[in-house]
Design a protein around this ligand. Structure first.
Ligand SMILES: NC(=O)c1ccc[n+]([C@@H]2O[C@H](COP(=O)([O-])OP(=O)(O)OC[C@H]3O[C@@H](n4cnc5c(N)ncnc54)[C@H](OP(=O)(O)O)[C@@H]3O)[C@@H](O)[C@H]2O)c1
Length: 286
């Protein structure tokens, strides 16, 4: 009689469109490397199918799932509990199914934070954040909860930027101000960390957020959320000026690490996932 276990633990992702989402390859590389009897299934779920998809995952005993566009807010009404940052951000991209309960987490900001703490501790730091969309919101809240002292939110759309600054001021111990993005942004001299959390640079290695490159300097940490291509124009300009740079691949990889920890309480090797993404994106080093 066989003693093998042919029943894999199931995880996956619900979003649409999702054909170009490489998370399945990244997560399954980690499962394979660590001999975990688990699968990750990339599912194209339309808005009117979300409730059934979640009920199906529960019925099949999934350990959990990621959800991405357009479900990050819609998923909230299907959950029993939210983790602290997910509750403040108001969006969930990772759900844990445990003991009959559905727990919502947000790994966008946590993945960024894990990457950032590899080069600097955000506690007490002054941060300039370009953008006020979903990624910026998650990053701002997580940095604030990690003790960042001051955030300057820089965005074209004033309403979105003001909303995010107000959220940080009202819901976290950090202080935030909004600065409308008009013309080239000059990074103030007392800034410790500059983050591009806009979509500028996605799929375009030449696209540059409107930043005065003469205000980039040695000692400044410049981080970009763009995973593909990871060597963005901003990071190249920052490296030329002697700044410490951090690419968006690290944020993506750390989101995978955090998801697997949440679903299985297992610690996986980030480099396995980083190599898989580098293969997919055609880069040799981050
Ligand atoms: N590495 C990772 O793990 C990871 C995770 C999540 C997201 N991301 C990346 O983060 C990026 C943003 O995602 P999101 O969900 O936050 O998108 P989003 O909600 O649509 O927000 C987009 C942001 O980019 C700004 N923006 C767009 N074009 C701009 C331009 N030409 N100049 C200045 N600002 C511009 C928008 O400003 P306005 O408000 O003024 O329009 C807004 O603040 C995407 O490229 C995504 O791939 C990466």
């Amino acid at each position: 009689m066989s003693s093998q276990n042919f029943l894999a633990a199931l995880t996956g992702s619900f979003s649409t469109p999702c054909g170009d989402n490489p998370t399945v390859a990244m997560i399954e590389a980690a499962y394979h490397h660590h001999d975990m009897n688990a699968r990750y299934i990339n599912c194209d779920v339309k808005p009117d199918g979300l409730a059934d998809a979640i009920a199906g995952a529960v019925a099949m005993g999934w350990a959990g799932f990621n959800c991405s566009i357009p479900h990050k807010v819609a998923v909230l009404e299907h959950l029993d509990r939210l983790a602290e940052s997910a509750s403040i951000i108001g969006a969930v991209n990772c759900v844990v199914l445990r003991d009959g309960r559905r727990i919502g987490e947000n790994t966008d900001g946590k993945g960024f934070l894990a990457s950032l703490t590899g080069v600097t501790d955000p506690a007490g730091k002054r941060v300039c954040l370009l953008g006020a969309g979903g990624a910026a919101r998650a990053i701002a809240v997580e940095l604030a909860l990690a003790g960042a002292a001051h955030l300057t939110i820089v965005n074209r759309d004033a309403e979105r930027g003001q909303d995010l600054a107000a959220l940080v001021n009202e819901s976290t111990p950090a202080e935030a101000v909004f600065q409308k993005w008009t013309g080239a942004f000059t990074v103030p001299k007392d800034t410790d960390v500059l983050i591009n959390a806009t979509s500028v640079g996605l799929g375009d290695a030449k696209a540059m957020p409107d930043v005065d490159t003469d205000s980039l300097r040695p000692g400044l940490v410049v981080a970009d959320v763009i995973p593909n291509p990871p060597h963005t124009a901003l990071l190249r300009a920052a490296a030329e000026k002697g700044s410490v740079t951090l690419d968006g691949l690290g944020m993506l990889v750390n989101q995978g690490v955090i998801s697997i920890k949440l679903w299985f309480d297992a610690s996986v090797e980030p480099s396995v996932m980083a190599r898989k993404l580098q293969d997919i994106f055609g880069v040799t080093s981050a």
